[in-house]
Design a protein around this ligand. Structure first.
Ligand code: MG
Length: 172
């Protein structure tokens, strides 16, 4: 049995102006901004989900949870994340670290950053010291700079349990 390092990258965008009040990392952000989305539109959890799917080479969020599925309308993205974490567990992948970046002109993320980090750590069952949330703007350039939407990036690292004689690191 070996434990091989894996990392996965995720990226997501949501447009402002829809009907879903802004949620980031599973936490409602009380700022009067709504996003356009089929689910709850949690851009940060969507990027995180894609990063986790990358770690187990299991496609992407749109493939797994199509926005044409009426059962997923306004679904909390935490529910989707829980399903993806279960897939990771079944595939033998254990997340160890997550590094995420939110890009938005509005709202200001810094007042919420600590709470978002703590909630992500709870959802991932990681110590908060293993989760990092960064925030930035794009200097009033592009769609985030024009306050038309929000984007997020996520990178997850961890270990994949692999059986077989070819996997000869950390034999146990
Ligand atoms: Mg999305």
């Amino acid at each position: 049995m070996s434990h091989l390092p894996r990392s996965g990258f995720g990226y997501d965008v949501h447009r402002y102006g829809g009907v879903r009040p802004l949620v980031l990392g599973g936490l409602p952000i009380n700022c009067g901004i709504c996003v356009d989305a089929h689910s709850d539109g949690d851009v940060l959890l969507h990027a995180l989900i894609d990063a986790l799917l990358g770690c187990i080479c299991a496609g992407d969020i749109g493939e797994l949870f199509p926005d044409t599925d009426p059962a997923l309308e306004n679904i909390a993205s935490g529910v989707l994340l829980a399903e993806v974490l279960e897939r990771c567990r079944a595939a033998g992948f254990t997340p160890m670290h997550a590094d995420l970046t939110i890009i938005a002109e509005v709202p200001r993320i810094s007042p919420h950053r600590r709470a978002i980090t703590a909630n992500l750590a709870k959802l991932l069952r990681l110590d908060p010291s293993c989760v990092n949330v960064k925030a930035g703007s794009e200097e009033r350039l592009g769609f985030t700079g024009e306050k038309k939407g929000i984007k997020a990036y996520a990178l997850v690292s961890g270990f994949l349990r692999v059986a077989g004689k070819d996997a000869d690191h950390d034999a146990d």
